[in-house]
Write a protein that binds this ligand. Structure first.
Ligand code: FMN
Length: 216
């Protein structure tokens, strides 16, 4: 254990501020602009986002996934359709995303409903993945118990064997994408003395976005 108590660890956020005047009227464009800044700033894994889901009984779980597509409809990521998250999303079709770009002292929170992306979109993305990732997606029964890493390696070898003759590696039906259709997005910029800037866009019934500043 470190000598320093974690309760004494603190960082004052000084880098930037966020004003209502700077906000774009479309939150997806606002998000794209912050993502572009994070990519330019060479933030580690700028597309990494926390995904929180719930089972039908209300058991919450979260994990990191990578944003792979962004358009006016929403935020897409790819995964195993038989994983724990997939089972949650089948039972409870709402989810939350959270990005943390530490070097920029920025957080974005997004909440909304989930849909599967089309089989065509999943095929397109799968075919663009490196061979090792395509093999891994077939071999790994994500979220099931493994006895050892060697067992996983053995499963990979077996899949490799099936495709040894150069046969085209097809996307397995248990792997594909989801899209989160946002109903709210919150942009958070760290400020000195914890007096952070927070702006929340909420979609109203007529489809328009309302923006509110929230207390930090
Ligand atoms: C930075 C980072 C990015 C990740 N990206 C993905 C991803 O895009 N898709 C995925 O299925 N798992 C991804 N993972 C692994 C997940 O966090 C998680 O371990 C896995 O999806 C199983 O989650 P589940 O059992 O809750 O379904 C990523 C992990 C990290 C740390």
């Amino acid at each position: 254990m470190s000598d320093q108590s974690i309760s004494d660890l603190r960082k004052d956020y000084q880098k930037d501020s966020l004003t209502r005047a700077e906000l774009l009227s479309d939150p997806m464009q606002q998000f794209q602009s912050w993502l572009d800044t994070a990519i330019k700033a060479k933030v580690l894994e700028p597309t990494a986002m926390n995904l929180a889901t719930s089972s039908a009984e209300g058991v919450i779980s979260s994990r990191m996934v990578l944003l792979k597509d962004l358009d006016a409809r929403g935020f897409s990521f790819f995964t195993n359709y038989e994983s724990r998250k997939a089972s949650d999303l089948a039972e409870h079709g709402r989810a939350a995303l959270c990005f943390w770009w530490g070097a920029l002292e920025r957080q974005v929170r997004i909440e909304g409903v989930i849909e599967k992306v089309s089989a065509q979109d999943s095929d397109d993305y799968y075919s663009r993945r490196p061979r090792g990732s395509r093999i891994g997606a077939i071999a790994s029964r994500q979220s099931t118990e493994l006895s050892s890493h060697a067992e996983l390696e053995q499963q990979v070898k077996e899949v490799e064997k099936q495709y040894a003759q150069g046969a085209e590696i097809q996307r397995p039906e248990y792997w594909g994408g989801y899209r989160l259709l946002p109903e709210s997005l919150e942009f958070w910029q760290g400020r000195p003395s914890r007096l952070h800037d927070r702006f929340c866009y909420q979609k109203s019934e007529d489809g328009q976005w309302q923006v509110r500043r929230l207390a930090p």
